[in-house]
Design a binder for this molecule. Sequence first.
Ligand code: ZN
Length: 300
Amino acid sequence: MAGHYIGIDIGGTNIKAALTDVVGTVLEAASAPTPDKLPQLIETIAGLANVFQSKTPVSAVGVGVAGLRNSRTHRIEVSPNLPCVREVNLEERLTEVLGLPVVTENDANAAAYGEWVSGAGKGLQHLVYITLGTGLGCALILDGRLFRGVSGYAGELGHTAMEVEGRPCACGSRGCLETRVSATGIVQTTREKDPQTKLNSAEAVYRAATAGDAVARSVFAETGRFLGLTCANVINLLNPQAIVIGGGVMASGELLLAAAREEVQRRAFRSSARDCEIVQSQLWPDAGTIGAAMLARDAS
Ligand SMILES: [Zn+2]
């Protein structure tokens, strides 16, 4: 099993790449903007991989993609932020171009796998991973393996409904968790509380909150309560050992987690809550590339 692996994380804005050793240590990293056309996307990924391949023999490549990957056909079925990969078998296309075994996986699944192999969830049997960025991604490790469901689409916690008449969601539904607990949700909550607000990013709201701004603080308290409500649901449903939370919005760390933990205490069964740690990601922002590389390792 010795060798080197490449992990790729294709997001809506950037493609990140890492060369890792056999246990997921990042030896070298690179990134490039995400092109919106498929041929250029393939070319960019090949370019990033070739740099690593020119330096050391690589055994396999793993690719995390923002979208629903069908585990039977290996095609990406839905990808709102990356329309050019829709109904594409990226595995086949990249295997041809790179001349190496390639596996693809949903990006949250890949990141969860990384945390499980070498991060905050190392050694656990039952782990829920939540990633807070533009949207809310989630993945499940159950009984010591990545849980994909019947067709590979499991873990869409971001699109579980929290409110009957909630905000419209990008998925076509209403009141999804993601419309509240995400960078986009944080900005919208701020606007609803103060229509004149100049805070136009989750980061700006966070900075204002840490500077003592009352509206921004109440936005984080409310978002944290929704996150906590969800964690309580997940704890009661799955009885996991840990919920690991990563993603760009988790730069706001404890501000969100403190409110979430309080809500968990109010809502979840005490005995299940006691067994479940709610912790921050250890590998962020590299969880996705490390996880993809380790998925490639374990598939080869
Ligand atoms: Zn939705």
